[in-house]
Design a protein around this ligand. Structure first.
Ligand code: GLN
Length: 442
């Protein structure tokens, strides 16, 4: 409900945890006729807020339209309370690559919320009965959901229209939901799902089946290496609970998983480097009126001033991997790996209903630890979230432990279009495992 309490909590939480890139100053002014409240990651276009995707280069961009997912939630009676903070264009796993605010973890403000849907996960964690629209390219829903102790649901690629989403990697981007309530996810997922003529990749999808059961769960041994002790023990306890719930746990091997991370970073940066070519200081966002210079100088000036370091790193890497002379070795090879991973999942799904792994190899790190990590170490954190994203599979991160008071998540992937299975499990898990919310101290 939209009431004074919600209004106050949003303001208090935003000041304390830095959740929003932009938000309604007074949600109450929009009346109390709304059925629910929701937020959208800052890379989803909406008419009343700036949409900057966490980047300086989009400063001042006010889209003249709503993303389809936002429009559909509004039609269903939702009030969009704000745009949540994120890593620039979705480039990151910790929320720290941002030109706007850097969200703080509601369980411990010296720690990261995860990324790149950082603000979305933190908002879902502090606001009761809130639905946050997030976006995942290589794990940006699962990762922050795991660090902030909320449900993070990423549908099959193509299930939700990408119209109005600022592209990162067009063959990978998926819009999904974060919330502390599985009921809300279940209720509003069918609203945002479904074909949309404005996004051709959403067109050829089978009808949504909201049922389905998970009886046999496969766990790839490759996903159990390099885990912190806290994550390992929480995950093992979760397996015991799943067995008590009547599930059969099967240990398997998926050898191609170890190539998923490099394949993802080649493919996603190749796509990002072409998608970012449109930001040049002429059409949208920052405008450069210094036009009395050469073509190249003009574009370089805007792009070197306005893109952050990580965006520049990805443009360089992505441009390199698809250049003539290197394309076969990197970009095309990565496409082959992607295909193998899809086949390996398909093979496992012949005898198991879902594939389960921990979501992240460690609990939310402190900002000072992140500052000392190299780009390669930062990328390695995505080892477990990248595979289902490369394969376009629906997946779900559920809280499964709180070692030392910090949330740990487990991630379950289902075959293409089988979202119903995951949402059933979210329901059952929530009735068995006791979720914790962060302490809301002033
Ligand atoms: N952490 C991954 C990356 O930086 C995934 C990001 C995403 O899903 N947007 O590419």
């Amino acid at each position: 409900m939209i009431n004074e309490n919600l209004s106050r909590t949003i303001q208090w939480a935003d000041e304390k945890f830095h959740l929003f890139a932009d938000r309604l100053k007074d949600p109450l002014a929009y009346g109390n006729g709304h059925a629910f409240h929701f937020s959208a990651k800052d890379n989803l276009c909406s008419t009343e807020f700036q949409t900057r995707a966490g980047s300086k280069i989009l400063e001042g961009y006010r889209p003249p339209f709503d993303a389809t997912a936002i429009a559909r939630l509004r039609q269903a009676g939702g009030l969009l309370v704000g745009k949540t903070a994120m890593d620039e264009f979705g480039f990151g796993s910790f929320g720290t690559n941002s030109a706007s605010v850097i969200p703080r973890n509601p369980f411990d403000t010296s720690r990261s919320c995860g990324g790149s849907s950082s603000g979305a996960a933190a908002t879902a964690s502090v606001l009761k009965d809130h639905l946050a629209l997030g976006v995942s390219t290589g794990g940006s829903i699962s990762c922050p959901a795991s660090f902030c102790g909320v449900i993070g649901f990423t549908p099959t690629y193509g299930r939700v229209s990408r119209w109005g989403l600022i592209d990162f990697g067009s063959s990978l981007d998926k819009i999904g939901l974060l919330s502390s309530s599985s009921d809300l996810v279940r209720k509003y997922f069918p609203i945002i799902a479904g074909p949309d003529p404005l996004d051709p990749t959403s067109q050829a999808q089978p009808p949504l089946d909201m049922g389905g059961d998970i009886k046999v769960v496969a766990i790839p041994e490759e996903s159990l290496t390099n885990l912190s002790d806290e994550v390992r023990s929480s995950f093992e306890e979760a397996l015991t609970i799943l067995e008590d719930m009547g599930m059969e746990i099967r240990h398997i091997s998926m050898p191609s998983l170890r190539f998923a991370l490099p394949a993802y970073y080649f493919l996603s940066t190749a796509e990002a480097s072409t998608n970012l070519a449109r930001y040049c200081g002429m059409r949208i966002g920052v405008l450069n009126d210094n036009i009395n210079q050469s073509f190249n100088d003009f574009f370089s000036q805007t792009r070197s001033q306005e893109f952050g370091d990580e965006a520049k790193r990805r443009i360089l890497l992505g441009t390199f991997s698809r250049m003539v002379g290197f394309r076969d070795q990197y970009y095309l090879k990565a496409l082959q790996v992607r295909q193998r991973i899809i086949h390996e999942y398909e093979k496992e799904f012949r005898s198991a209903d879902a594939v389960l792994t921990p979501t992240m190899p460690f609990v939310a790190p402190r900002f000072e630890e992140i500052a000392h990590m190299s780009p390669l170490q930062l990328y390695q954190a995505d080892a477990l979230t990248v595979p289902p994203n490369l394969a376009g599979l629906p997946h779900l991160s559920l809280p499964c432990g709180y070692p030392g008071g910090l949330p740990v998540g487990m991630q379950i992937a289902a075959p293409h279009w089988m979202e119903g299975r995951l949402l059933e499990l979210a329901d059952r898990w929530g009735k068995t495992f006791q979720y914790r919310r962060p302490e809301m101290k002033a």
